[in-house]
Design a protein around this ligand. Sequence first.
Ligand SMILES: Nc1ncnc2c1ncn2[C@@H]1O[C@H](COP(=O)(O)OP(=O)(O)OP(=O)(O)O)[C@@H](O)[C@H]1O
Length: 267
Amino acid sequence: MDNHNSTSDGDDELQHLVVKIVDGEEEEQKPKLRVSELSTVLEPSGLSILSEVSVEILAGSIVGIIGPSGSGKSTFLRALNRMWDPPKHTVFLDNQDIHDLDVLSLRRKIGMLFQVPALFPGTVADNIRYGPKLTGKKLSDDEVTKLLALADLDSSFANKNGNELSVGQAQRVALARTLANDPEVLLLDEPTSALDPISTQAIEDTILKLKKTHKLTTVIVSHSVRQIQRIVDIIYLLVEGKIVEVLRPDRLSEASHPMARKFLELS
Ligand SMILES: Nc1ncnc2c1ncn2[C@@H]1O[C@H](COP(=O)(O)OP(=O)(O)OP(=O)(O)O)[C@@H](O)[C@H]1O
């Protein structure tokens, strides 16, 4: 771990900072996710992707992960809901080791959205109903409409086929489909990098709305430093598999790690 900004459990200064940023008050907030000394080594090559990453993600906060290409951002994000299986005792949801949860229910609690939406064959409504159906729940037309509205789509989309949609519309449907599972945490892996500005804004607005209305915890990986500054409460800067800086969005220019400075200058 570099000395710039430690993220270890004992770092009172960081916790203080995070609590203030998220709430605007000095109120104690519980960590929703805790990552403890997460290291990921690829076998058999021995390539190290993540190295002793320790962070706390507070309930109801929006956390941004930025860093150069190949620094391990997606791997970190995927480890949080076992799309990439982390070692045991390294990732905790509400203080419970995620390995102690059934993987499907974990992924319902921790939903994920990728760079390019992949809709299932069928209508938009079929896609949105898919997750709840797996647990025996059939969403009503009204519930589908509400989920569409949450992702800034009107009810006329419900009967459209996935292949009639633009990428931006499909991404909003993918978001509504993820939200249909009523997740507690949303993982977003460069969710708007393939989208036009209007769809990008719709996704950003939805993320901010969900924070207010549902106190949803969100972790977003983005190459857009501006996007990160627009929506997140706290930024983790990942370089070569290590968190090298923890920064407030309005203080990004204060990054001191040389790689971090270079990355920010070039972004
Ligand atoms: N399954 C895999 N097999 C081999 N190498 C992998 C695998 N997954 C990731 N890597 C390597 O691990 C490193 C980190 O990858 P990761 O996708 O997490 O980085 P990233 O920061 O998200 O990159 P980008 O910004 O380009 O998406 C890269 O060098 C990548 O090539």
